[in-house]
Design a protein around this ligand. Sequence first.
Ligand SMILES: NC(=O)c1ccc[n+]([C@@H]2O[C@H](COP(=O)([O-])OP(=O)(O)OC[C@H]3O[C@@H](n4cnc5c(N)ncnc54)[C@H](O)[C@@H]3O)[C@@H](O)[C@H]2O)c1
Length: 396
Amino acid sequence: MEVVILGQGYVGLSLAVSAAQAGHHVIGFDTNSDLVNQLNSGVSHIEGISNQKLDEIISNHTYQVSADAVSLSSAEVIVIAVPTPLTAERNPDLSFIQAAVELIIKYVKNPALVINESTSYPGTLRNEIAARITEVEHHYVSSPERIDPGNIKWNARNTPRLIGALSPEGALIARDFYSSFCEEIIEVSSPEVAEAAKIFENTFRQVNIALVNEFVQIADALGISGREVLEAASTKPYGFMPFHPGPGVGGHCIPVDPTYLAHVANEVGVPATFIKRANEVNLAMPSYVVKRVISGAGGFIKGKSVVVVGVSYKANVVDTRETPAASIIDLLREAGASVSWHDPLVGSWRGESSVELGACDVAVVVTKHDVVSIAGIKKSFYVFDCTGSIPGADGI
Ligand SMILES: NC(=O)c1ccc[n+]([C@@H]2O[C@H](COP(=O)([O-])OP(=O)(O)OC[C@H]3O[C@@H](n4cnc5c(N)ncnc54)[C@H](O)[C@@H]3O)[C@@H](O)[C@H]2O)c1
């Protein structure tokens, strides 16, 4: 199939590689011309997609990257994989989806299958995409991406793919397309079910992470180890699923997607109270961490040298979006600490560069990448660990 993917970020590039390897002719379109140039020169910006893999599909002409919207015109399948962030007021920001729709209206003149993989609230495909494209009769499918960057076990091939179509023909073409690189396709009765399933999956994680984050604070106040309690509870073979505490939540999904659900819930008069509370708990974790760090480091932090280890939002990825490391660093600086950070994967961030690990008063481990040495972290006088991976360290 002739496939055009709008957006070559985490989701769009991963899909492009899967589809190109399956033999489709894929054009990755992105409005960021620097990224297009980088990808065209065979340099991947995503962990898990090597330059070699990129080079292979560029050389065998199954993949091209373009910032020229004319490239949309030959598409049989168009996939929208653009950002769906929150506005400054923490409301859904569909401006990127709207911009993608404008491009489809302007450049796609033959009937095609339009798939939305961007995460959004139920009703997006029907009301914000299909209803706006009146000139050509396309088919429409919602197929929310469930990719977990850095996950070695679950990938595009073995993670079941949901599809919810506005027409039976659309469902057939989508099944044909996705089954060329995915083992299991699950068709649901409407795009709204697919859209809601995706945000409910992430809401389930957000709420359970908040629950465990609150629980470890209770456990600490009771003088018991929250992590040991979780390990003990996990021995129950049914009815319990472990979630891990941490310094907050980051990335494009967990801090953002539940708010899309809360938005539509509010509109239909059923306030999403769990989401609101979970947001509060998770967003308050950086201040809880800093409070514990100050108390563990002897009651004051002013003038002390602190290294924050791992600034991406999770281990072994370079993504710093919504990372709790940002608030932790800011709060430590507000308290008068001299703060640097170490993250060899991220390298540079917020106008600062990663430092080498050395002797410091305090190390705060926010994310533990495999390449970061525990011995290096332990050069600091006091170590506070948010990851549960530094033996003998204080932490959550
Ligand atoms: N990152 C993840 O792990 C993940 C997982 C599942 C779902 N999602 C969802 O997938 C969507 C995309 O996320 P992402 O992480 O790939 O975002 P990203 O920011 O990594 O990439 C999005 C890309 O879209 C480009 N873009 C913006 N407007 C465009 C337009 N009009 N036309 C073409 N390109 C445009 C940007 O330049 C950027 O390169 C979001 O809705 C997100 O919630 C993300």
